[in-house]
Ligand binder design. Structure first.
Ligand code: SAM
Length: 281
């Protein structure tokens, strides 16, 4: 089945797009192959795809991967997939919501080690990325289509408006890069926003963090009020006196007047380590 026949299949089985599930499909064969190339998948890889849709990306992944487990929540797509994935014997569609599966359960279905590829509704891209980035599973990489503005936050640098808690969460777990921008016109039907593909190569050993909850709390506090200084944000976020907050900054080798958005990842780690010593939970 050629991908340009997918629109005929969709019409032929009288499939109705579910807008609430973000059903905007990619049909362009060149783009599908390019996304697979971006993800760095090869014939040794097991791939977990989230959001099968009409199976166009599933098919492109299956051409290069050892095995694809593709998760979809909309069973109405079954007749479409029966046709679009005909003859593809290394792809398995599973009608379940991966966000509701625990690591052990997922592991029993797909195995321990895999790469993730996802083109999902935009409202779940961040929780989905975090679900794999912060899991105990051996996830090699996450290649995900996101709204362009979200992609910019994923890869932002300090001292920019896009630099935020999600940037730090991703930076802690791996290396992210935007591999391509994708115009809204490449989807069927076209959504209201442009997109970008982000690939995150997972490396959870980059930084020495024993207490991830405290690290997240540190970042959250630092970004809570972007116009306020870090001292003010730490006073609120950790119930510290001004003198104690200033002392924390001095011990972390940070300037008293600095703001959270100026800190590099290394400086956030230094700040977290001092807070780990001084905070009584
Ligand atoms: N991957 C296909 C493509 O590139 O053309 C489909 C993309 S479409 C943007 C997203 C798909 O994700 C839809 O088919 C939708 O039903 C499905 N979906 C929505 N929420 C989901 C979830 N929690 N788990 C798995 N699939 C989901």
């Amino acid at each position: 089945m050629e991908n340009n026949g997918i629109k005929d299949i969709i019409r032929g089985v009288d499939f109705h797009f579910n807008k609430a599930l973000g059903q905007n499909f990619i049909t362009d064969a060149n783009l599908l192959d390019a996304i697979v190339a971006d993800s760095g998948i090869n014939c040794d890889d097991t791939v977990v795809e989230i959001g099968t849709g009409a199976g166009t990306l599933t098919r492109a992944i299956a051409k290069v991967a050892k095995k694809v487990y593709s998760f979809e929540v909309d069973r109405n797509l079954q007749p479409v997939l029966a046709l679009s994935l005909q003859g593809v014997d290394n792809a398995e569609v599973i009608f379940r919501d991966v966000l509701k599966m625990k690591d052990d359960e997922l592991k029993s279905v797909v195995g321990d080690s895999f790469k993730v590829v996802a083109n999902l509704p935009y409202y779940i891209t961040t929780p989905l990325a975090m679900r794999f980035i912060e899991s105990s599973l051996d996830v090699k990489s996450v290649t995900i289509m996101v709204q362009k503005e979200v992609a910019l936050r994923f890869v932002a640098k300090p001292n920019t408006a896009d630099y935020s808690a999600i940037t730090l969460a991703i930076e802690m777990a791996g290396d992210a890069k935007i591999t391509r921008n994708v115009s809204r016109n490449m989807f069927f039907p076209a959504p209201n926003v442009d997109s970008a593909v982000v690939r995150i190569d997972i490396d959870r050993t980059k930084y020495d963090i024993a207490d991830h909850a405290l690290f997240r709390r540190t970042v959250k506090a630092a970004f809570a009020m972007r116009r306020k200084t870090l001292v003010n944000n730490l006073m609120v976020g950790f119930s510290l006196s001004r003198a104690d907050a200033e002392n924390v900054l001095a011990r972390a080798d940070l300037a008293v007047g600095c703001r959270g958005e100026e800190l590099s990842t290394e400086q956030f780690v230094a700040l977290y380590k001092v807070l780990a010593e001084v905070t009584v939970n």
